[in-house]
Design a protein around this ligand. Structure first.
Ligand code: BYC
Length: 311
């Protein structure tokens, strides 16, 4: 048992963080650090498994065998990411059952973007291209997080997500080379996803409750705005290179800053959507509840096997 006074433990913990050391599961950590990580990692895990649904919906309708195979593989990867992240959160003392309960009862948050519909095949490509690009920029930052299991999970996840971007981009390029109707379908999907994707990086610092604390302990190493700006600076030239438009008349390269200016998303919409009132929240949770119910026999079988092994 560690008998050191709390102040000393905290000072030693913060000195380790300042030296760039990783914090590991059995190490002493402040309660707020643990809580902050559980909140963020469990939300992230939920985002992965709810994030399977908008694209998963298109698996039966994917145009052709190769596109279907790639989409199946991508959607399966997201389940694997959820698995890694739930395990990382468990190392902090939160049970998977509790996390699942919070998701299925609507108490937990997950990424705003997955509460929007995917009415056309182009939406699937746009998720891979835009949403996954935004995710990778954020997650490459989180790969330097001070908590070892989270940082290591991010490395693996970013590797796979980078491939998902290619999958999305490739299907968009195919549509971009297609008929005027196919190009119009892409432009409409860009219009639908632009602002939700900008919201994905989180609200600006003045509205962000957690950024200051997360950055102090290097859970995050960049603000939400920094991550969003990196995304915009990378994606705007790509969108324009394919001959599509960014649906924001204020989106222009600012010669002074070297970055693109842009119109802020509607932060009230983000609040509504992440608190359960988006276009697809009910449908997404319903689908997850059904999947959870259908997987009950697997959990029961595993529990019996575990009990037998322990006997
Ligand atoms: N969506 O103080 P703030 C993927 C919440 S999945 C939902 O700035 P923070 C993929 C926030 O949680 C990858 N909620 O918070 C999967 C907080 O609420 P609580 C998803 C949001 O944590 C399948 C409140 O608003 N990535 O790539 O400093 C298929 C105040 O916000 C959002 C991650 O999960 C949002 N966009 O920053 C395809 C990355 N924004 O907890 C692709 C990990 C804010 O106080 N998470 N909120 O009730 C993060 O990096 C950060 O948690 C956020 C928010 C940037 C999202």
């Amino acid at each position: 048992m560690n008998e050191k006074p709390h102040e000393q433990q905290l000072a030693e913990f913060e000195a380790r963080i300042a030296r760039g050391e990783k914090v590991e599961p059995g190490d002493w950590m402040p309660d707020d650090y643990r809580k902050e990580l559980i909140r963020m990692i469990s939300q992230h895990a939920h985002s992965e498994i709810v994030g399977q649904l908008p694209e998963g919906h298109w698996i039966p309708y994917a145009p052709g065998f190769r596109r279907k195979l790639t989409l199946v593989a991508k959607v399966q990867d997201e389940a694997g990411h959820g698995q890694l992240l739930y395990t990382a959160a468990e190392t902090l003392g939160k049970s998977r059952e509790d996390m699942m309960e919070e998701l299925l009862t609507g108490k937990a948050k997950y990424a705003n973007v997955f509460n929007y519909p995917t009415p056309t095949w182009a939406d699937v490509g746009i998720i891979g291209w835009l949403v996954d690009t935004s995710a990778v920029i954020n997650q490459s930052m989180l790969a330097h997080s001070s908590y070892g299991p989270y940082a290591r999970a991010m490395k693996r996840i970013c590797y796979e997500e980078a491939f998902h971007i290619k999958q999305g981009y490739d299907s968009i390029v195919a549509l971009a080379k297609g008929t005027p109707e196919q190009r119009a379908m892409v432009q409409e999907a860009i219009n639908r996803w632009w602002y939700p994707t900008l919201m994905m990086s989180g609200p600006p610092t003045k509205l962000s409750e957690h950024t200051a604390r997360s950055m102090k302990w290097k859970i995050k190493t960049k603000t939400n705005e920094q991550v969003r700006q990196e995304f915009i600076d990378l994606i705007v030239p790509q969108i324009r290179a394919l001959g599509f438009e960014v649906p924001d008349p204020n989106c222009k390269l600012n010669e002074k800053t070297g970055h693109f200016d842009y119109t802020q998303p509607d932060w009230e919409e983000l609040k509504r959507v992440v608190n359960g009132d988006g276009p697809c929240n009910k449908e997404r949770l319903e689908t997850r509840r059904k999947a959870h119910e259908e997987g009950k026999w697997v959990r029961e079988a595993l529990a019996v096997a575990k009990k037998k092994a322990a006997a």
